[in-house]
Design a binder for this molecule. Structure first.
Ligand SMILES: NC(=O)c1ccc[n+]([C@@H]2O[C@H](COP(=O)([O-])OP(=O)(O)OC[C@H]3O[C@@H](n4cnc5c(N)ncnc54)[C@H](O)[C@@H]3O)[C@@H](O)[C@H]2O)c1
Length: 383
């Protein structure tokens, strides 16, 4: 029988729902050492919070996240709040001896991220996790495994793009357009994911940002609930070029103003012996080109990553072949790995902790510095 693990959640909107679904579903699909008890949810509006808790099965509610630090029964707290509300609760919860799973990016600023990384190092008994959920799309996890097995050889070239379309002038001034809350715009929101995916799939670090451009196109937006306009203080698009630790090169692009693209999160890796390509809008597929087959048989092979017999990551826990997975499964798969690790077992593929997510945050910072200073930035200079 799995042992109960008592969980608290801070934040009840988009990620609050995605994570609540994962906490509710995970024990139905995975055999795990621990079974989550949805103990307490935290939000700011008591009425909305009560409705949320009723819908998802959270047993208690509070409007103060500080209450979670004092709750001796709680083992794991999930931080799903805007980026400026990651560091303070995460650090306090680590000091209170809780395990912490935090949404990405680790924080809005490098200073906050560093403080979180340091608190995680200090809190020896607590484990940390960051919801870079795309690692747990089976196709991305398979890409990681194929690179690790040497199937594409030396990595020459990575192309990573994350394009969305919801950030036009009619979108109000949400927290995502305010620097104090978000840290940056499309950059921390979208480039964070593809930097993490690049690091995860290639197993390499970014060593230098050679150049970057950050631009804001929509400078004013309507303040929610009013007719007044306020200033957007974040980027709408950030593009940058980088070097990888194995000597390869990489390009990254993020914008929320790419009109025909809704959630086009793509990664292509071209190597000495082969290539890989993932597109989230076709998330069950991994494209693999095996260059060792020669030009006669070369070209993309379309792998449907849903085969239990093929030992595709996570596939055996879900449905028969090609009964496809969706967005929410990445979160359930991630939570399964979190519970495995907390129960003393191995994750299917590596999980990002605060130290790991701090490395992604350094790259985010280097790209913004490069755009601001109009020069190359070595990662060794960004601490
Ligand atoms: N992993 C992903 O793919 C993914 C997707 C979307 C968002 N995110 C990240 O998740 C986090 C939350 O984003 P979201 O889209 O869910 O935002 P959201 O605006 O939909 O929800 C934010 C929630 O935080 C609550 N909140 C804000 N300040 C609070 C405070 N001081 N105390 C308690 N609760 C507070 C709000 O009431 C709301 O419930 C961000 O860090 C974001 O970058 C990750």
């Amino acid at each position: 029988m799995p042992k109960p693990i008592h969980v608290g959640l801070i934040g009840t909107k988009f990620m609050g729902r995605a994570h609540s679904n994962a906490f509710s579903q995970v024990a139905h699909f995975f055999d795990l050492p621990l079974a989550p008890v949805l103990q307490i949810a935290v939000g700011r509006n008591a009425k909305e919070l009560a409705a949320f808790a009723g819908k998802w099965g959270w047993q208690q509610i509070t409007t103060r996240w500080q209450d979670l630090c004092e709750d001796d029964e709680l083992d794991l707290v999930d931080v799903a709040t805007p980026n400026d509300v990651h560091a303070e609760p995460a650090i306090a919860l680590l000091e209170a001896g809780k395990h912490v799973a935090c949404e990405k990016p680790l924080a809005g600023t490098l200073a906050d991220a560093r403080a979180m990384r340091d608190a995680a190092k200090k809190a020896k008994r607590s484990k940390t996790f960051v919801w870079y959920n795309y690692r747990r799309c089976p196709a991305v996890a398979l890409a990681h495994q194929l690179v690790k097995e040497g199937r594409i050889g030396r990595v020459y070239h990575v192309r990573a793009t994350y394009l969305q379309s919801w950030g036009g002038p009619s979108t109000p001034l949400l927290w995502r357009f305010q620097k104090e809350a978000a840290g940056s715009g499309a950059h921390g929101d979208l480039n964070a994911h593809i930097i993490d995916m690049c690091r995860f799939v290639t197993g390499e670090e970014l060593t230098e940002v050679h150049g970057a451009v950050a631009r804001t196109f929509v400078e004013e937006r309507t303040i929610p609930g009013t007719k007044k306009k306020g200033k957007s203080t974040v980027d709408d698009a950030v593009l940058f070029l980088a070097s990888l630790s194995g000597g390869g090169v990489a390009s990254f692009e993020a914008t929320r103003l790419a009109a025909p693209h809704q959630n086009a999160n793509s990664l292509e890796v071209n190597g000495e012996k082969g290539s890989l390509r993932f597109d989230f809008e076709d998330m069950n597929l991994l494209r693999f080109h095996d260059a060792t087959r020669g030009p006669r048989e070369g070209g993309w092979t379309r792998i449907m990553c849903t085969s239990a017999a093929g030992k595709h990551p996570y596939a055996g826990q879900w449905w028969p072949d090609a009964h496809v997975l969706g967005y929410e499964h990445g979160f359930v798969n991630m939570l399964a790995d979190v519970l495995r690790v907390l129960g003393g077992e191995k994750p299917e593929v590596p999980l990002p902790d605060f130290e790991d997510a701090y490395q992604t945050q350094r790259v985010l910072e280097a790209a913004l510095l490069s755009a601001k200073e109009r020069c190359a930035i070595k990662l060794s200079a960004v601490k």
